[in-house]
Design a protein around this ligand. Structure first.
Ligand SMILES: [Fe+2]
Ligand SMILES: [Fe+2]
Length: 163
């Protein structure tokens, strides 16, 4: 049952990743198609990382240590090499303030739009457990949004003080 829950969480993660608005930061010198492809590739690499880590957990629980190690090693390559290199090319990571603004945008979208709609749709479809979970996750995302907003305010205050 626990495995099913973590798999469900992963599927949710994929949904979030694929439906979030594009990051605020991007490398303006790249062709539009290349930018889109980098974004798609980063989503794929991030999901592969999360998925292989979950598969590794299952392999370790079943006693297959060699398979668990292979999955974890591959997951790390997806995250630390493939995703990281694509992020560098795409100019994904900006200043702390720009990163926080982008993160707030994503968490706000999940809180106010995505999970609200997902919960409503699941409820209407009779998938009550999923609806409840979407609503609980939505509340977590609101906390993330608020924590990031507080961090951004603190950062901006500090920057004003430095000037
Ligand atoms: Fe990869
Ligand atoms: Fe979040």
């Amino acid at each position: 049952m626990k495995t099913n829950i973590s798999l469900a969480a992963l599927i949710l993660t994929a949904g979030v990743l694929s439906m979030q608005p594009a990051p605020a930061q991007s490398n303006a010198s790249l062709h539009e198609q290349t930018k889109q492809n980098l974004s798609t590739a980063m989503h794929g690499e991030a999901f592969a990382y999360a998925k292989y880590m979950a598969y590794a957990e299952q392999a370790r629980k079943s006693g297959d240590t060699a398979l668990a190690n292979l999955l974890e090693k591959t997951a790390k390559t997806e995250r630390l090499e493939h995703f990281a290199e694509e992020a560098r090319l795409a100019g994904l990571v900006g200043s702390n303030a720009a990163n926080l603004k982008d993160a707030i945008k994503g968490e706000s979208y999940e809180t106010e739009t995505m999970y609200r709609e997902f919960a409503e749709q699941a409820e209407q479809a009779g998938d009550h457990a999923a609806a409840q979970r979407f609503e609980e996750i939505r509340k977590d995302e609101a906390k993330h949004r608020d924590a990031f907003t507080a961090a951004l305010n603190k950062l901006e205050k500090k920057n004003q003080g430095d000037q």
